[in-house]
Write a protein of this length. Structure first.
Length: 485
């Protein structure tokens, strides 16, 4: 996930409000009900949805696929050989399940990490001949310092307003540290995505805002809620200067020392921006039996950052989409419409995968009956954020009723198409789009860190996510009527 402020706030801020809004009493006139039928869903479909849910909760397929993507393949940063190899692996695995799988070309950025070290070389109270190590990481699109690094004074600001107040005179030639804090209390109250969207703007914009004032490098306080002294990487808007993120503990240290007197840092960041690379979206279909031209997408993004192995972001999303297709095949279900698994490339560094898909499939978009994405971790799923015609929610009452059994029966309407970074272009084009909502309490403890590893995923919670994806995906592909757009 690298979404910034607006969409995330929309996505989650409504979470608390709308649970009272949608009561399920559909204004929509239900036809005469057969035994077991629900609001326009024939009994057979309701039975199929329940069997999908049951099979998902008993399956470890998603968990095994995630283990392979993370432990066997590893970090999958955009443009890397691992990312392309992962695309080939996912396509081959979906072909093995009987899907028509293909690799669709995408031109992606190829930024590679280099040396990343920093130490304070002069500061108040310093013991002679000693330095203090700073834990940090380079942000995506960061430029490099000279190979031997640079030494400069550090200025700490808490926000853009303070930076502007200092102006060129006090910023030029300095390293600027933005000490915006991730609101842990807000996260603990279940609003971790809102807390993230408030702080992440510093990660993405710090260098771009400070460079014109003559800053020679920028650092931000890591956007995350844990106190494991871990730096969180992520996308930053290219600004021609080195851009990094320090661990929260190190931001506190530097802020305290600079409040006592001048502090100088020796900073070495040597990433490289290599030429764009060719990579792929994986696109794999279970052809529809009645309307093969109508398409329902189930998806996650395959690329990840390179500090960890991209388990919660977003190997889990891809594994869950793969599992949903595997379950449909395992139960020999025949959807009316085509069910399409998409493993998006390059969500983290600009979204070139989803943009390429929207462009290449322009002529088919009117026939996309739905698009689902999972990109908020692997925690217990609570339901979906839905960028749909409000009337469509009533159609999905049977889906909510089935998913209520595994605690994922919640669905909230979102005015904002940003229910998922990769389906947003489709949502903007009117495709009914859904983002899987998970319990995000722990998500930002590991998000974009070296600790985003397989062990952070609970097998049962992942299976619950596969159930949610499979039930909504199959419902959209099998329900008698299309959702209103
Ligand atoms: Zn992500």
């Amino acid at each position: 996930m690298n979404f910034v402020r607006k969409s995330l706030t929309a996505r989650y801020a409504v979470l608390l409000l709308s649970s009272c809004l949608w009561t399920g009493s559909a204004a929509w006139a239900a036809p005469q009900k057969e035994e077991g039928a629900r609001e326009g869903f024939p009994a057979t479909l309701v039975t199929e949805l329940k069997s999908l849910q049951r099979a998902a909760l008993e399956s470890d397929y998603a968990y095994k696929q995630l283990r392979h993507l993370t432990n066997n393949i590893g970090p999958r940063i955009s443009g890397s050989p691992q990312a392309t190899f992962a695309a080939e692996y996912v396509a081959a695995e979906l072909r093995r399940l009987g899907l028509e799988a293909r690799l669709e070309k995408v031109t992606v950025p190829h930024w590679v990490r280099g040396v990343e070290t920093a130490e304070l070389v002069s500061y108040p109270g310093q013991a002679p001949q000693t330095t203090q190590k700073i834990v940090l990481t380079a942000l995506g699109n960061s430029s490099a310092t000279p190979p031997g690094g640079l030494i400069a004074e550090v200025v700490v600001v808490n926000n853009f307003e303070e930076l502007a107040a200092l102006g060129k005179e006090r910023i030029a030639g300095k390293i600027v540290l933005f000490n915006e804090k991730f609101d842990r209390k807000m996260a603990a109250q279940g609003q971790s995505f809102v807390a993230y969207s408030t702080a992440v703007v510093y990660r993405t914009e710090a260098a771009k805002v400070a460079a014109p004032l003559g800053a020679i490098a920028t650092l931000v306080r890591s956007v995350g809620g844990a106190d494991f002294r871990l730096p969180h990487t992520g996308y930053s808007t290219p600004a021609g200067i080195p851009a990094g993120a320090v661990a929260a503990e190190d931001a506190d240290l530097i802020a305290q020392l600079t409040s006592e007197g001048p502090v100088r840092m020796h900073l070495t960041l040597t990433p490289q921006k290599l030429p764009d690379a060719t990579s792929y979206n994986v696109v794999a279909d279970i052809k529809g039996s009645e309307h093969p031209e109508q398409i329902v997408i189930m998806s996650g993004h395959l690329d990840s950052w390179d500090l960890g192995t991209g388990a919660i972001d977003d190997g889990a999303g891809v594994a869950v989409a793969m599992a949903a297709a595997q379950l449909v095949q395992q139960l020999h279900l025949k959807p009316r419409r085509t069910l399409r698994v998409v493993a998006w490339m390059d969500e983290e560094q600009g979204g070139s995968g989803s943009k390429a898909y929207a462009e290449d499939h322009k002529s088919e978009i009117a026939n996309h009956a739905g698009a689902i994405e999972s990109d908020s971790g692997a925690g217990h799923p609570i339901g979906f954020s839905a960028s749909v015609n409000p009337k469509a929610l009533a159609f999905l009452a049977p889906v909510r009723a089935v998913l209520e059994d595994s605690g994922a029966g919640y669905m909230q309407h979102s005015e904002d198409p940003g229910v998922g970074a990769d389906v947003a272009p489709l949502a903007r084009a009117g495709v009914p789009s859904f983002g899987l909502l998970q319990d995000g309490h722990r998500y930002f403890n590991y998000h974009h860190t070296a600790a985003d590893t397989f062990d952070k995923v609970d097998a049962h919670e992942l299976a619950e996510n596969a159930a949610a994806m499979a039930v909504l995906g199959y419902a959209l592909a099998a329900m008698p009527e299309l959702l209103p757009r």
